[in-house]
Design a protein around this ligand. Structure first.
Ligand SMILES: [Zn+2]
Length: 200
């Protein structure tokens, strides 16, 4: 069975947010019709969403008065419970079965570092308990949390595809490098039209 993991489609990672990607809102808005069509075709019996969810993540946030380097230190973003940490309104959250939160007290790029909202279950265990052997990954940002989640999914033994047009990068160059790195470890790159288009 194939599950879908929707990575960090949150307001702060979309235009208007504190750590916006150029294509974040576009991805959020494209995900809703994709998910409706995919689920109507029975493609994803389960859909997991991840959220960057920071309480006090240490040096993941640039210190006050310091410039973030946008590699390891970042502007304040996705603070637990704030609007910036909520799912982007373009994404129909009724399509997501469970949310996994990550990064409360330290940086966490991979959804596999998270835990089920309100519980301790790991994403890998939750997926296996539901019979998932394969996962598709999409979301924000291609070059950070999508990459880390896809690489961890491979390491956890899942067969992994990334839906490239449903991902938004921090930088175009970083996104391209990330797709190469994912492909190198066996991630299959697909496009949403291949999965739900008229010829799918
Ligand atoms: Zn973060």
């Amino acid at each position: 069975m194939r599950a879908l993991i929707v990575v960090d489609v949150q307001n702060d990672f979309c235009p208007g947010g504190s750590l916006a990607t150029a294509r974040g809102a576009e991805v959020a808005e494209a995900l809703t019709p994709f998910l409706r069509e995919a689920r109507s075709r029975g493609l994803y019996p389960v859909v997991a969403g991840t959220k960057d969810w920071h309480i006090d993540p240490g040096d993941h946030f640039a210190a006050e008065g310091q410039e973030p380097d946008f590699e390891e230190s970042w502007p304040v973003h996705c603070v637990a419970g704030t609007r910036g940490a909520q799912a982007h309104p373009g994404l129909d959250t009724s399509m997501v079965d469970a949310w996994f939160l990550k990064g409360e007290h330290s940086a966490a790029y991979s959804g596999f570092e998270g835990h089920l909202e309100g519980a301790r279950d790991s994403l890998a265990q939750w997926l296996r308990d539901r019979g998932a052997t394969d996962v598709d990954v999409c979301g924000i940002a291609t070059d950070f949390c999508v990459r880390a989640t896809a690489l961890d999914a491979v390491a956890e033994g899942f067969r992994v595809r990334v839906i490239s047009d449903l991902c938004a990068p921090v930088t175009a160059g970083g996104g391209a490098v990330a797709f190469n790195q994912m492909a190198y470890v066996g991630v299959e790159l697909v496009e949403s039209g291949d999965l739900v288009g008229p010829n799918a």
